[in-house]
Design a protein around this ligand. Structure first.
Ligand code: NGQ
Ligand code: ZN
Length: 460
């Protein structure tokens, strides 16, 4: 008890809704142990603005942060997802483990400053540039875990299994050699990284079969067996149906579409996160919703790569769960991701407030709560909002941001998502520790200087 800390918020978005004059008690592990609405502040630390739960970022390829903005020059054949992917393969050729840790540290600090309090890292850059494992084959994964620990962000580390270049066991290309495993060496990697994350209190392990392009059905079965041996609750993330070509190739291979195949051939359920799930038939959309899996939507990257539109109205009407991911990090801002998610629907339907749940209800409130809950499920950590037993991962909003001026409760979320705000977040706590105060992470300037030096080297 003596170790517990107490905080006081004049308004707070609790699991059951907005409440006033809330005292929050946090134990030494950073878990919320008591919530007392309508309490006097007493000697508790007074929070400087309205309190909301932090947002999980459910899909990240950290190294891609360093190529954001570098692929916007027209190529000879007309650019696409697939030509971007070739540029990405060339970019990553030069990255060392030190570089990856530096980029990830910088990125995770940016995420914290923007309001993400945890991240699922879909980690596939495993080997050296020649495709050889490092002396410690888990080195790259350990670098990611170290970056998350340095920045102070929660981490669900998802080692990626990647073995084929395309459906039907097509050989991987030279550009993919840093990603590849066989099942035995992958089992050793999982075991090793399971031990790594156990040493950090707010990290855990999951699994990411990269996509049905990169993993055969037999490998997928064996991977799930390996994971269950380690932790039968661990989350499973996979890229699915992001591009029309992927759907066409899947149909040519097995006569089914990727999500159709996953629904019929695997036990898709709440442990799963299907990243993108862009090109779905209505039956796949409702099937995915009914499975209880999370759709991992990455609106800024999906826009950047020209992926297409997720059928959000049908999915949400069917009770589907979703969260948001920064993916290639052309955007590092949860509020902007939610804005783009809704804007895609508006531009497509030529209407407004497409994803609102009921007459007069706040759209921002709905999107924020849903993405927060879906992200918590996908990361499989105790981060499902401000409630007893959940972690103290929270954001204090900046009421001095003009876009938030005089807004209340869900109106704050509408303004933070749809208003002209640049930085609606003032203070950020993860696991009971302040990581960002007045908009700044204490290591922000240092990490930016190191990041600049790296960018100079990479571009020379
Ligand atoms: C990735 N990114 O793994 O980084 C992928 C591209 C692929 C996105 N899909 C590579 N956004 O899917 O083959
Ligand atoms: Zn991805």
């Amino acid at each position: 008890m003596g170790m517990n800390r107490r905080y006081h918020a004049s308004r707070a978005l609790l699991a059951g809704g907005w409440a006033g004059e809330v005292e929050l008690e946090v134990d030494a592990q950073g878990l919320i142990v008591a919530l007392r609405p309508e309490s006097p502040a007493g000697d508790a630390e007074r929070l400087a603005g309205p309190l909301i739960p932090g947002m999980p970022n459910l899909h990240s390829h950290a190294f891609q942060r360093a190529m954001a903005g570098l692929t916007e020059k027209g190529g000879p054949e007309g650019d696409s997802f697939w030509s971007w992917r070739e540029q990405m393969y060339r970019f990553l050729e030069r990255l060392t483990p030190e570089d990856v840790e530096l980029i990830a540290t910088r990125l995770y600090i940016e995420m914290l400053e923007a309001g993400y309090t945890s991240v699922a890292e879909f980690h596939y850059l495993h080997h050296d540039p020649a495709g050889q494992p490092y002396a410690n084959p888990a080195e790259m994964g350990e670098r990611i875990a170290a970056a998350a620990a340095t920045a102070g962000i929660g981490l669900t580390l998802l080692p990626v299994f990647y073995a084929q270049g395309n459906f039907g066991g097509a050989p991987a290309t030279a550009g993919q050699r840093r990603f590849l495993h066989g099942l035995e060496d992958f089992q050793r990697l999982l075991d090793s990284l399971a031990a790594t994350v156990r040493t950090q209190p707010w990290q855990r392990l999951g699994l990411a079969p990269h996509s049905l392009r990169a993993v055969t059905p037999g490998q997928l079965r064996e991977l799930l067996r390996q994971l269950d041996g380690l932790d039968p609750q661990a989350p499973i993330h996979i890229h699915a149906a992001e591009q029309q070509k992927e759907v066409d190739d899947c149909l040519a291979w097995c006569g089914q579409r990727p999500v159709e195949w996953l629904l019929s051939e695997t036990g898709l359920g709440p442990r799963w996160c299907l990243v993108h799930a862009t090109h779905l038939l209505p039956s796949e959309t409702t099937g995915l919703a009914a499975s209880g899996a999370v759709a991992g939507l990455c609106p800024s990257t999906e826009g950047d790569l020209g992926d297409g539109f997720f059928d959000a109205p049908r999915y949400l009407a069917a009770g589907g769960r979703f969260g948001i991911g920064g993916d290639s990090h052309v955007g590092v801002d949860p509020f902007q991701e939610l804005r783009l998610f809704e804007y895609g629907q508006r531009l497509r339907q030529q209407r407004r407030n497409v994803l609102v749940s009921e007459l007069g209800a706040s759209l921002g409130g709905r999107l924020y709560r849903a993405a927060q809950a879906g992200g918590a499920q996908a990361l499989a950590q105790p981060i499902a909002g401000l409630a007893v037993g959940q972690r103290a991962d929270w954001l204090v909003l900046d009421v001095d941001d003009p876009a938030l001026a005089e807004q209340q409760d869900d109106g704050l979320l509408d303004a933070a998502i749809f208003g002209p705000t640049r930085r609606p977040v003032r203070d950020v706590m993860v696991a009971g520790q302040w990581r960002v105060r007045e908009g700044r992470h204490p290591q922000s300037a240092f990490s930016l200087a190191r990041y600049r030096a790296l960018m100079r080297r990479l571009r020379s």
